[in-house]
Design a protein around this ligand. Structure first.
Ligand SMILES: [Zn+2]
Length: 404
């Protein structure tokens, strides 16, 4: 672990590691549930130490980790494959196209990375309860990582979360409270709970180490490309924390003097859940009042990390775009049938965005690597693709019943 402090991403004040826990004490005063978070804290390492100590031949990733390895949970997360997908790349005019398959984490989503680090932090602090609100994946991830330790998970989840995710949480042994309301309602309730009854709140971006945990996906992409910065990374965007995490990976690498430029981050939102897209395009924030997308993991009215996500897009010279549910489900089928990678609708949104970009004036024309981040496993929500495929009818088990 490298020494670090927290810095407020709004006012720039610095705080010691144990001086703050969630938001900047000053800027966070202006925050209340129902608006994007204010005073989100960023981990700022002693980058000279990382720059001196990091060795590409024997990379020590703990240099980029803000919790000591002694507290890390036993469940192994991350280190997911980055696959080169030439069939798809040829179709889209990109000779070096890659998919980071984060559905292969233990609970089936990238969110295991954030939960891993927050559970490590709870162990360091000696806390025995972690509380989270989630559309499903973050809760499954927290439940899974907690199950490998003696820390309890209390989860508030919208009652409409896909059944597979609810099954996961219960099987992992978490206390699950389905909420008659949206993710945003669950988020507000979880804040009230930890404020009044205790426990560590794992809400995404509210706890700064969620961003640090998700950062590891970006560090791995860099290493897996032979320590090369890709031209662009396509990330599906709900509350904007995965996008913020991937951005932080490359910011850390740049500050440590290990890379010269950032990859362009392309944030893809569902058409009905487009608050960050409109914020980037216009500079003015407003909620997405009715996020009805089938891609439940990116269905958000008020993205918690809206401000951080916008900064990440602008700093990386990236862009955002929106896609329809039909485009998302088409992309899910295309990814599965061209690459063998089955990702949930939210993960497929990233490819849907790439497909859309390649058919328009901002088309990418590069031989440098382009990466699609597939954030969750397709088996988490089989109802979504079932709406547009036909399972063939049964036949008698005789050769004559098969088409020649
Ligand atoms: Zn502040």
């Amino acid at each position: 672990m490298t020494p670090f402090s927290y810095r407020c991403t709004d006012c720039g004040r610095s705080y010691g590691r144990d001086e703050v826990r969630y938001l900047c004490p000053e800027c966070g005063k202006g925050y209340h549930p129902g608006i994007p978070l204010l005073g989100v804290l960023e981990v700022v390492f002693d980058y000279a130490v990382i720059g001196r100590a990091f060795d590409r031949a024997r990379p020590d990733w703990n240099l980029f980790c803000p919790v000591e390895p002694a507290y890390h949970p036993p469940l192994q997360v991350g280190h997911t494959p980055l696959s080169r997908v030439d069939r798809l790349g040829t179709e889209l005019g990109l000779p070096s196209l890659w998919v980071k398959n984060d559905g292969l984490n233990p609970s089936g989503s990238l969110k295991d990375r954030a939960s891993f680090l927050v559970v490590a932090e709870a162990r360091r602090l000696g806390l025995d309860l972690i509380v989270a609100a989630s559309t499903g994946n973050a809760a499954s991830a927290l439940a899974a990582v907690c199950a490998s330790t003696d820390i309890k998970a209390l989860i508030f989840v919208p009652e409409k979360a896909p059944k597979a995710k609810l099954v996961q949480m219960v099987l992992y042994g978490a206390t699950v409270v389905p909420i008659k309301g949206t993710y945003d309602d669950a988020f507000a309730l979880s804040l009230e709970y930890t404020d009044q009854r205790g426990g560590l709140n794992r809400n995404t971006a509210y706890h700064p180490l969620t961003i640090e945990g998700k950062k590891t996906a970006g560090l791995e992409i860099w290493a897996q490309l032979g320590f090369q910065v890709p031209e662009a990374i396509f990330v599906s965007v709900g509350d904007g924390v995965i996008l913020g995490g991937v951005h932080k990976a490359f910011v850390d690498l740049q500050r440590a003097g290990l890379i010269e430029r950032l990859p362009r981050l392309i944030g893809v939102q569902a058409e009905t859940s487009d608050a960050i897209h409109r914020y980037v395009e216009t500079g003015h924030y407003s909620d997405a009042p009715n996020p009805t997308t089938r891609a439940d993991s990116i269905s958000v009215t008020c993205p918690s990390n809206a401000h951080g996500a916008r900064r990440a897009i602008l700093e990386s010279r990236g862009l955002t775009l929106t896609v329809t549910d039909d485009e998302i489900l088409q992309a899910q089928a295309r990814l599965a049938s061209r690459t063998g990678i089955f990702t949930e609708p939210a993960g497929a949104a990233a490819l849907a965005g790439l497909v859309k970009l390649q058919s328009g004036p901002q088309r990418l024309a590069t031989s440098d690597p382009v990466v699609i981040l597939a954030t969750g496993h397709g088996l988490k929500d089989v109802e979504a693709p079932l709406s547009r495929i036909n399972i063939p009818p049964s036949v008698e088990p005789v050769l004559a019943s098969l088409q020649p």
